[in-house]
Design a protein around this ligand. Structure first.
Ligand code: NAD
Length: 366
């Protein structure tokens, strides 16, 4: 017998109820029997411009998980571009599969043809599980691809620009917390010393901060520690450190019920996406604890700003100047959050949504 709760569960997970929850414009399911391609392209919002966001290839446990990921990530791109003043909408794509085992040239090019069929409504770029070579294959079938290496006329590695934006956001948060944006002498824990984390640590060391670093990649960790004199700490130990600033630069959801009880910092500012496990719970919880949180999608927007410079044929100098604005925007968001009695992530989302709503009105007339 089918019980009411089963029907409710089915409704909650139905494709259209999820699309409706996230308010997407279009979700495209791409399938090709020959190459084994199974991809989902999420186009969240194109009020400001074409939906731009990377393609991620991942071994999702289920198709439902892949759909959830693409919906969440593409919505994040909408807000990231909107708050950064870019004329871009939000999109993202996921390919279901093992990037090391299942990927072929034919699969990538087939995916490129699906992207091409959208006629520029979605522009793709590199994300987890994809390589420069994959993007080159996709680029053989469509011109709607960005974030290519400089040798192919693209804007190159976005990580240094992302790191600069994160650094600017961190300085703004320091100003809010201590009245000065200087990071000299500040104890800063950095979780993840990858592409962005590595450049960020350079900025911190240059300014005289005292970094504490951790990473799963022990070799990389040792190399960075040797070059910068940063202190190496354990993967789990990082949450218990007595530091001024915690900077999540690896995976998302590290601010959760478990870690919140352990964190002793006054500021959180890092480049990882989706740092708050549950925005509605952990955003307000940080306010209650007196921790200043620099919204992730705002301070890690340097990468998308860099890709935008490629789409609009601008240069890296422009991208760096634009990224520097993150400092002022972050300060404005702190002020707005306080004035309106909301948490900082909510304030950032509100500002991004307002820009989209305002521009939708502008576009009402020819
Ligand atoms: P990356 O893969 O180069 O680096 C991530 C590092 O984190 C790796 O060295 C990895 O070993 C480490 N790591 C993974 N799990 C860990 C754990 N549990 N504890 C400690 N370290 C761990 O990635 P990246 O390009 O530096 O990006 C870092 C984060 O920033 C990601 O969340 C990414 O989505 C986000 N981001 C990156 C950019 C960009 O321009 N690269 C832009 C916006 C957002």
């Amino acid at each position: 017998m089918i019980e009411l709760k089963d029907i409710e569960t089915a409704q909650e997970t139905s494709v259209f109820s999820q699309i409706s929850e996230f308010q997407h414009e279009q979700v495209v399911f791409c399938h090709d029997h020959e190459t084994g391609l199974k991809a989902i392209i999420g186009i969240h919002n194109t009020v400001l411009g074409p939906a731009l966001g990377g393609t991620r290839m991942w071994t999702y446990a289920s198709e439902a998980e892949a759909l959830r990921d693409v919906l969440r990530l593409s919505r994040g791109m909408t807000y990231k571009s909107a708050i950064s003043g870019l004329n871009l909408g939000g999109g993202k794509a996921v390919i279901i599969g093992d990037s090391k085992r299942d990927k072929t040239e034919a699969m990538m090019r087939k995916f490129g043809r699906f992207v091409n069929n959208l006629n520029g409504k979605y522009i793709t770029a590199e994300d987890m599980g994809m390589t420069t070579q994959d993007m080159a294959y996709i680029g053989m079938e469509t011109k709607h691809v960005a974030g290519l290496p400089e040798s192919q006329g693209g804007s190159g590695d976005p990580s240094p620009v992302t790191a600069y934006g994160t650094y600017m956001g961190m300085k703004a948060a320091a100003k809010r917390a201590w009245g000065s944006d200087s990071l000299a002498g500040k104890r800063i824990s950095v979780q993840g010393t990858g592409h962005v984390g590595g450049y960020l640590i350079d900025y911190l060391v240059k300014e005289g901060a005292q970094p504490f670093i951790t990473d799963m990649d022990q070799e990389r960790l040792k190399r960075i520690a040797a070059n910068t004199k940063a202190t190496v700490v354990g993967l789990d130990e990082i949450y218990d450190l007595d530091v001024d600033i915690y900077s999540p630069c690896a995976m998302g959801a590290t601010i959760n019920d478990n870690t919140l009880q352990r964190l002793k910092c006054q500021v959180i500012a890092g480049c990882a996406n989706n740092q708050l496990k549950d925005e509605t719970v952990h955003g307000p919880a940080l306010v209650d604890m007196g921790i200043i949180y620099a919204p992730d999608f705002l301070i890690n927007a340097g990468g998308i700003i860099n890709v935008y410079s490629e789409v609009k044929k601008l240069n890296r100098e422009w991208a760096m100047q634009q990224t520097e604005q993150i400092y002022n925007t972050t300060l404005n968001i702190f002020a707005m959050a306080e004035a309106e009695g909301i948490h900082t992530q909510a304030a950032a989302t509100r500002i991004a949504q307002k820009r989209i709503d305002d521009m939708a009105k502008v576009k009402q007339t020819y």
